[in-house]
Design a protein around this ligand. Structure first.
Ligand SMILES: Nc1ncnc2c1ncn2[C@@H]1O[C@H](COP(=O)(O)OP(=O)(O)OP(=O)(O)O)[C@@H](O)[C@H]1O
Length: 273
């Protein structure tokens, strides 16, 4: 669905992305992980055509991203930025309806088709009872659910999410990721998701891409990528790796820096910063 080849992005002469290549197939969920400042959001900004790379190419559905109009692109790809939905005074239903914008035509029957699509999404996301509530009166978790519902109404083939679970409690984290999981299985949606939580990334993603200083450090299944050595090299922490007793996914357990072996402490991120 999306193919990225040898992508470079600079801020002046400082490289923010160094030759990133990746692809996400229909029905696949690719997790992008890496420490703060490693270039994950920069990658999303290029993918959403908010900024252009200095070198390299992004192809969406086989065609260069630069050849798609904004409206055509929005029918293929929905992007949920790190900030999530702004707290607008619009109602839940109005915001979800905005997701239909790229599909709206001027012929008379398109309106009823849009209304049906919105109704279905409100039902699937359990937002029917909240449809008349103003988005700026919702909690962060509720707002994130509306953001996902709006993206669903957009009916994209690729969904790009920048840290969708960061401010959510554990129930909302599962609800958002389970919802996306069902959606991609049902529709063959391709998903690229940035996650800081390595355990959630290991549970939900087919493949992980680990970034360090703007470059691709490792790529593979969660079991291949999440090794104690790599986590040490990239994050500077000494984890204990275990297996989830139910799903078998690798799980990363952290001990405090005090408990890390003494020989490793020097290169760990110091505190105070
Ligand atoms: N608009 C910008 N102009 C110039 N440099 C930027 C800009 N945005 C981010 N950067 C720099 O690019 C690098 C990568 O930032 P980016 O936000 O992509 O990292 P990230 O991996 O998403 O981090 P985080 O996990 O903290 O969100 C950082 O060094 C950052 O300071």
């Amino acid at each position: 669905m999306v193919n990225i080849r040898n992508l470079w992005k600079y801020d002046g002469d400082r490289p923010l992305l160094r030759g990133i290549s990746l692809s996400v197939a229909p029905g696949e969920m690719l997790g992008v992980i890496g420490p703060n400042g490693s270039g994950k959001t920069t990658l999303v900004r290029l993918l959403s055509a908010e900024e252009n790379p200095e070198a390299g190419e992004i192809r969406l559905g086989g065609r260069p991203l630069t050849e798609w109009s904004a409206r055509e692109r929005a029918r293929q790809m929905a992007v949920l930025p790190q900030e999530g939905l702004p707290p607008t005074p619009f109602t839940v239903e109005e915001v979800v309806s905005m997701g239909r914008h790229p599909h709206r035509g001027w012929w008379p029957w398109s309106g009823s088709r849009d209304a049906e699509a919105v109704e279905q999404v409100l039902e699937e996301t359990g937002l029917q009872s909240n449809r008349n509530r103003r988005v700026d009166r919702l909690s962060g978790g509720e707002r994130q659910r509306v953001a996902i519902a709006k993206a669903m109404a957009q009916q994209p083939r690729l969904l790009v999410l920048d840290e969708p679970t960061t401010y959510l409690d554990i129930a909302y984290q599962l609800s958002v990721l389970d919802g996306i999981q069902q959606w991609r299985r049902r529709e063959g949606l391709a998903v690229l998701v940035i996650l800081h939580d390595l355990n959630l990334a290991a549970q939900y993603c087919d493949r992980l891409l680990l970034m360090k200083e703007g470059a691709l450090f490792a790529e593979g299944t969660p079991g291949q990528v999440l090794t104690p050595e790599r986590i040490w090299e990239v994050y500077g922490v000494q984890p204990v790796l275990t297996e989830h007793p139910v799903t078998g996914a690798p799980q990363v357990l952290l001990t405090s820096g005090e408990q890390a072996p003494a020989e490793n402490r020097e290169s760990a991120v110091p505190f105070p910063l």
